[in-house]
Design a protein around this ligand. Structure first.
Ligand code: UDP
Length: 254
């Protein structure tokens, strides 16, 4: 079989040319990085779980009318996605103080926010993803004010929907990062949700114990990283316990 052409290799994923024009294959690796790749490691089975979790969340979001790049899962580690032009802005939505917000403003992690906060970061490893405002985004032409309206309203809808979905399985959605891309169809441009949504890009805390179930277990050397990712998948009802026919819906927690 001919080798597929690799388009891009990132820290946790590889993008290959897809089977049809305008498509890509997104391959999820087990590699994990933190602190702008200063810390590196491997989380066994992470790629398989993130592929599943991201598929599940993207499909649920498309069902409520959020356009996404996701087409279908191809195998354990790969999914077919629409090729988009990634907007170089990371959109972070926060419900609870954690991570860089806690550090920057000297606040305690775990403090609930009075309302959800949306932040923007410029996607640049060389610059360490600096925080930016809408002013920078529009002044430098990364997105127009209309694009930003669409992005902001999608990000807030994603937050409302995913907060409820995770709440239903006993998990608090503390914060998460989204990426958006431009999709052209007959000269018409649409902004769609791209990249992935997984425990690599979200902070997920157990509702009862506040135990971390996300990449902070790797960042902070808390151990049991694979187990935490698996538990998120299990609660969402997408981890087959005795084979693929065993997949159930979400296990609702009281
Ligand atoms: N995040 C991400 N990729 C990044 C930066 C942040 O997926 O390059 C996610 C992170 O996992 C968390 C949220 O965005 O869920 C907010 O991250 P924060 O700004 O607190 O940065 P951190 O201190 O985690 O790098």
């Amino acid at each position: 079989m001919a080798r597929r052409r690799q388009i891009y290799e990132g820290k946790a994923k590889i993008l290959y040319e897809g089977p049809e024009p305008g498509t890509l294959v997104q391959h999820f690796k087990d590699d994990a990085t933190a602190f702008n790749a200063k810390k590196k490691g491997v989380i066994a089975g992470k790629g398989v779980i993130n592929n599943r979790i991201s598929e599940y969340l993207m499909v649920r979001l498309s069902e409520i009318g959020i356009p996404t790049h996701f087409v279908r899962r191809l195998n354990m580690r790969e999914q077919l996605v629409r090729e988009v032009e990634i907007i170089p802005v990371e959109v972070v939505v926060r419900n609870v103080v954690a991570g860089s917000l806690a550090k920057r403003l000297g606040m305690n992690e775990g403090t609930p926010l009075p309302r959800s906060i949306v932040e923007y970061y410029y996607k640049s490893d060389a610059l360490n993803d600096p925080m930016i405002t809408e002013e920078h985004i529009t002044a430098f032409g990364w997105a127009t004010p209309q694009d930003l309206d669409d992005i902001m309203s999608m990000a807030l809808r994603v937050n409302d929907f995913l907060s409820g979905l995770f709440l239903g399985v006993g998990i608090r959605l503390v914060d998460f990062k989204l990426e958006f891309g431009r999709l052209w169809e007959d000269d018409q441009m649409r902004i769609v949700l791209a990249d992935e949504i997984s425990p690599d890009s979200c902070r997920l805390w157990d509702m009862k114990t506040n135990e971390k179930m996300d990449k902070d277990r790797f960042r902070r050397d808390l151990g049991n990283v694979e187990e935490a990712y698996q538990e998120v998948a299990r609660r969402l009802g997408i981890l087959p316990e005795s084979g693929p026919t065993d997949i159930k819906g979400p296990a609702v927690m009281q």
